[in-house]
Write a protein that binds this ligand. Structure first.
Ligand SMILES: *Cc1c(COP(=O)(O)O)cnc(C)c1O
Length: 380
């Protein structure tokens, strides 16, 4: 069923841009290296099913998620591709993971024992990727002994198989390589002690895949932020091997336009006071859509010009200063371009003292994601 969207506040997702970013990545990968499309967190807010479909069409072969629920949601739409659950797998999820052929992350012998006891009736072996904590300090085995213990406990279990081993870099997006190289060395030592090489070794996130040595691509790279056309850091942005195409555009439209007289107040707290006679527009987007109150003062685009949000941002609405009277329905771009002007995720991130990753993730589900014509999905 195609859902009709009445409110003009919408996120437009350019799936073609996502596909271009993947195709460009593939050109800098060694030919055997697989692309793992990271579609966790609803594909960084872009919509996991549509993005996964586009990514698979563009040549990604594996999908990665962060939670069991995300894994099941993806599996319900895609019967065949490998799905890797990168986050910790709760033991209770083990039978579902086996049944749904979801590959899960393992780093603890006790977990292996508990999982084994839940798999006694399973005919499909549970596929595992062993996680090595080479310096991220998040998940993973932290010594070669611990790695071997996990490896051997899995080898002894009937109902499981080791499909891969991976690690995650903490500083791949930085210029200083010292910590990064330390992580690489520890991961290499871990690989060296394995009795047998698993099918899939993977280490690189976006930053490492784009700017580090090609031998660190191993068998696969995990492509997240730049699949969405965003650079992992300012440093990586300056040395990108190919231009990235952003895929997320946020738009709304004027729902009310009025003239204020000098001294008229706007919004909660009556904080903004018109310094002169001026035009004011109301937009149907607020903090419940993810446009946080801290974005008060942020500029938006109307008619190719930058104008500021004035007064406090409300839950569902906000107000903008207008250079003149515009008609109701006039398009307003919150993230994206108009004419010569562009408002980027990075501009919002700077205003919010955060990173671009957080911006599409914080646009809530109330804002419908609208996809290009070339890939049609029924909104769910
Ligand atoms: C989120 C995540 C990624 C993707 O990181 P990007 O910087 O977006 O490429 C890769 N690997 C793991 C383990 C992750 O959790």
């Amino acid at each position: 069923m195609t859902q009709q969207h009445f409110r003009p506040t919408k996120a437009f997702i350019d799936l073609q841009a996502i596909q271009n970013n993947i195709q460009n990545l593939k050109k800098i990968l060694q030919p055997h290296v697989q692309v793992i499309a990271v579609v966790k967190a609803n594909a960084y807010g872009h919509g996991d099913v549509a993005v996964a479909q586009a990514a698979l069409e563009a040549g990604a072969t594996i999908l990665a998620v962060a939670t069991p629920e995300e894994a099941l949601h993806i599996r319900a739409h895609f019967a065949t591709p490998d799905i890797v659950l990168l986050g910790a797998c709760p033991v209770a999820f083990v039978p579902f993971a086996a049944e749904q052929r979801i590959t899960v992350t393992v780093f603890d012998t006790e977990w292996v024992q508990q999982a084994t006891s839940l798999l006694t009736h399973s005919t499909i072996p549970l596929r595992l990727h062993i996680k090595v904590d080479s310096g991220m300090g998040r998940l993973g085995v932290r010594t070669e002994e611990a790695l071997l213990a996990v490896y051997q406990s899995i080898e002894m279990a009937q109902s499981m198989e080791i499909d891969g081993i991976f690690t995650h870099f903490a500083t791949a997006d930085e210029e200083n390589v010292q910590y990064f190289e330390q992580q690489v060395q520890f991961f290499e030592r871990c690989l060296a002690v394995l009795p047998k090489k698993p099918r899939l070794i993977h280490a690189s996130n976006t930053a490492a895949a784009l700017v580090k040595q090609t031998d660190l691509q191993y068998d696969a790279v995990r492509f997240g932020i730049s699949m969405y056309g965003l650079a992992p850091s300012a440093y990586v942005n300056d040395i990108l091997p190919f231009p990235l195409k952003p895929a997320f555009y946020l738009e709304s439209a004027l729902v009310h336009v009025k003239e204020l007289h000098t001294g008229d107040a706007v919004g909660y707290g009556a904080e903004f006071i018109a310094p002169t006679n001026m035009w004011l527009g109301t937009l149907p987007i607020g903090y419940a859509d993810g446009m946080l109150r801290k974005l008060s003062g942020q500029e938006v685009l109307i008619d190719g010009q930058r104008v500021p949000i004035v007064g406090r941002i409300c839950m569902d609405q906000c107000m903008i200063a207008l250079p003149k009277a515009y008609a109701i329905g006039e398009k307003v771009t919150l993230i994206g371009g108009q004419g010569q002007e562009i408002i980027s995720m990075e501009e919002w991130a700077t205003k919010l003292d955060t990173i671009n990753y957080e911006i599409p993730c914080m646009i809530t589900q109330r804002v419908p994601r609208i996809y290009g014509e070339h890939v049609c999905f029924d909104a769910e």
